[in-house]
Write a protein of this length. Sequence first.
Length: 392
Amino acid sequence: MAFPERFSNLPDYAFPRLRKLLDAHEPGGEPIAMTIGEPRHPMPDFVGRILSDNLAGFGVYPPNDGTPDLLAAISGWIARRYGVQVAENRLMVLNGTREGLFNAALALCPEQKAGGRPVVLMPNPFYQVYAVAALAVGAEPVYVPATAATGFLPDYGSLPASVLDRVAIAYICSPANPQGSVASADYLADLLALAEKHDFRVFADECYSEIWREAPPPGLLAVAQAQGADPERVAVFHSLSKRSNLPGLRSGFVAAGAESMVRLRQLRAFAGAPLPLPLQKVAEACWQDEAHVSASRALYQDKFRDAARVFAGHQGITLPEGGFFLWLPVEDGEQAALKLWRETGVRVLPGAYLSRDVGGKNPGSEYIRVALVAPREETQRGLIQLRDCLYD
């Protein structure tokens, strides 16, 4: 029986790959999980009450694109956060942003661009759904280094014009997963100008936007409005997983141009997975409330300060501007992760598992990703053990 070739070169996903690396070995101490970006701060205290009050909603099919009340709550949040008015016909609720980041490519990537195979740009390292989306639509994924030399953001403008002319979609993540770098308003404006020049769309993954150390990250919607960019050139993705500590809610949204949204909604009507009504009611309350977001952000900022103290004086270690990962330099990410597990029980992710080899080099191979999601005392303990094992 034949199988499709388009996914044949995919590596194992990061976490099964990590289990193969570590699980044959005993931990060297009490295990501390610092691998997956699964928030462990308290969820909003109103979640249970809203679910209880709306249990009957599980007995009906939910609106595919989102209830009017939820879409209005999202629109209101965008206006408060970014100062941009986005009409509800330009919004769609998602079953987690991963669904949207994948399906938007299916709905919006053309079969050809500039007479050839379309190109999808993505930073390297990157959130792995970008690559699978590109392959699913038959596009050529182009992995652009996002290293210290480029401020841990991809320099798409450095690509040859022959490549840029075939670009259909460019993914950008800010704050970046895994490095925590934030794209400035100037960076985003330059990216939109490049998209205008070479006629491609920008997909902005902003699911870490509400976790920051010193200042709220700029958003692509605001930059696009200030620049007078065509709304059809932009699709922006947000989630409650990180913002509200609700990764299991599987709730996010996409904002895009009205014509793009017609196509996104049409695809979802055939192939989407709408969010159950009780979960939509919870999401509505989350987008309307900032108190739980501020409280969670303060906890992350405490952990950033702890990390600064733990690694004080260690050359090459910098704190992220946003998100909740540390991107730490090591000689070899796999060897460092294995050593750390075997000697301390601290579990981290090799950076190479989030990257692709390009020209014989993997830009994540000399890094580990460390998630600061556990309670503060546990996180502090893990960071100290990591430092003493790998850096002292």
